[in-house]
Ligand binder design. Sequence first.
Ligand code: ZN
Ligand code: ZN
Ligand code: ZN
Length: 274
Amino acid sequence: MRLRILGSAAAEGWPAMFCSCPACQKARANGGKDLRRRTAYMLDDDTLIDYGPDIYAQSLEFNLDLAKVKRLLITHSHTDHLTPRELTWRRKGFSTAQNLMKIYANQASADRINECPTYDSLEPLKAELHILKPGDKLVDEDLTIQTILADHAQPPEEPLNYILERNGVCVFIGNDSGWWCQESWDIIGQYKYDIVIIECTYGVRWPEQRAKHMGANVSVAVRDELKRLGCLKENALVAVNHFSHNIQNLHTDLEQFFNPKGILVGYDGMILER
Ligand SMILES: [Zn+2]
Ligand SMILES: [Zn+2]
Ligand SMILES: [Zn+2]
């Protein structure tokens, strides 16, 4: 299974659009791994995880054929993870997509999708909405989808993280979230992972942050807890992702902290394969 990171920034992107702070200036000068689009992932070539405002640019940058996408998994309703109006372009006259694309989302995300003013319904877009709750587990063709409750968006929204299994390979995508509740850990502990994404919005600057988002020490503690639970397969790939530019830690700063601990630092275009 191949997981490609399409974006590695928090909501504002990095460089942030209207920001000239030192970290944004350095990112503009450095380019490469310091340019971070809004967080999203492509699993193999048929499953997108999140659909933020950079999806079109990501499709160009990483040569994605979005017409092949069979399913869209939305974590939560925040605008960096969900841009419903970009679904508009699946409609006849603009798209050759033939398949029915399934959109899996929590209720708050489904409400945003249904209320988007640029289309009347999902039918002409050849898209179909499936509402998920935390703890749901379902099988869609050869992909097993398990949700857990994330520690993130304001109630009553129930933000989701996803555990995905295909051909015996298991991926856990853990953003956006702080440290999970026990019910979520109980589900996390039932799987053995080949690839794990841990979020790190607060970076090395605020390392102890553990509510709603995580800082670097808490990201490491997640990896350690997964190890303690026996949930990491040998040679599992563990990467941190979803960084706010406010941390001011450039890619090499993050690598200096994480690489000696055996944790990879996500960047746009990174491929994790098992
Ligand atoms: Zn986010
Ligand atoms: Zn900045
Ligand atoms: Zn969020």
